[in-house]
Design a protein around this ligand. Structure first.
Ligand code: SF4
Ligand code: SF4
Ligand code: SF4
Length: 273
């Protein structure tokens, strides 16, 4: 079931403590194995941050720290608000999921995401949007996200959002990450930014590179992306809008895409998102 605005009582979350990550990428490999993303051959379209249509989590280097990047599963996600056909959903358990069968390929979600997370299947003849889904199907079965289970260093852990916030406060107060004393920056990254996220961080280096709002810089407020085409974000993409909605070729393209989406839909394991 989709969630209303705000974190529900059952909302789950991931807490990544940057000070415990050694950059081994076991989490990245676990994601690939679990969802068979095809990451054994890295995409030529992979961005510098390592994310791509077939890599949903990556390790980036910020100063001397390894920082895991993935969808932050925002409490009030811009991708959900921006999608004109409701292909994105915020679920009660905190996961933000994507239903390929509904997508028309406008990629407004990619424009709207303040953390630059969703990627497109540029390598595929029938492309779709791709991103971490917080192992939604595993959560339904009572399992943890595969990446959090795989981490041998406890650098990325899983629980309710309330539990993760409490654990983060405990570490900040103790200035200790459970293994060693740490000079944390005194904040939980993701607690409030853009309405808050379900993937939060503790760190001793600034994480603005992940897309968190930088003091003194103008950022789009999380609620500034309503799901209609009159919004300035939509108006910045007149070419896309014209292509998708303004021409017969666009309509034909949409029909073809819907047929491709229908094929994809058949392959999706859980038809009840
Ligand atoms: S990080 Fe981006 S893709 Fe993920 S839920 Fe937030 S807005 Fe959506
Ligand atoms: S939560 Fe699941 S889908 Fe997301 S990065 Fe971890 S293993 Fe991949
Ligand atoms: S498995 Fe854990 S320690 Fe290794 S890169 Fe991932 S988060 Fe860091």
């Amino acid at each position: 079931m989709s969630a209303k605005h705000g974190p529900g009582a059952n909302a789950m979350a991931i807490l990544t403590d940057v000070t415990r990550c050694v950059g081994c990428e076991k989490c990245v490999m676990a994601c690939e194995r679990t969802w068979n993303t095809g990451d054994t051959i890295p995409s030529v379209h992979a961005a510098p941050d390592g994310l791509s249509g077939n890599r949903w989590t990556s390790i980036v280097k910020i100063k001397d720290r390894f920082v895991r990047k993935q969808c932050l599963h925002c409490v009030d996600p811009s991708c959900v608000a921006a999608c004109p056909v409701h292909a994105f959903y915020k679920m009660e358990n905190g996961a933000v999921i994507y239903k390929a069968g509904k997508c028309i390929g406008c990629r407004y979600c990619m424009i709207a995401c303040p953390y630059s997370i969703p990627r497109y299947d540029w390598d595929e003849p029938k492309p779709f949007v791709q991103k971490c889904k917080m192992c939604y199907e595993r959560l339904l079965e009572g399992q943890r996200p595969a990446c959090t289970q795989a981490c041998p260093y406890g650098a990325t852990i899983f629980g309710t959002r309330t539990e993760m916030i409490a654990e983060a406060h405990k570490r900040l107060k103790a200035r200790h990450n459970g293994v060693e004393a740490v000079s944390y920056i005194d904040k939980i990254w993701g607690l409030h930014e853009y309405g808050g996220t379900s993937v939060m961080y503790l760190s001793d280096v600034n994480l603005y590179e992940l897309g968190f709002p930088t003091p003194g810089k103008v950022s789009a407020p999380y609620d500034s992306i309503p799901g209609h085409y009159s919004h300035p974000v939509a108006l910045q993409t007149p070419f896309l809008a014209a292509t998708v909605f303004g021409s017969l070729a666009g309509i034909t393209w949409i029909i073809n895409r819907r047929m491709a989406a229908a094929e994809q839909k058949q392959k999706e394991k859980d038809q009840d998102y």
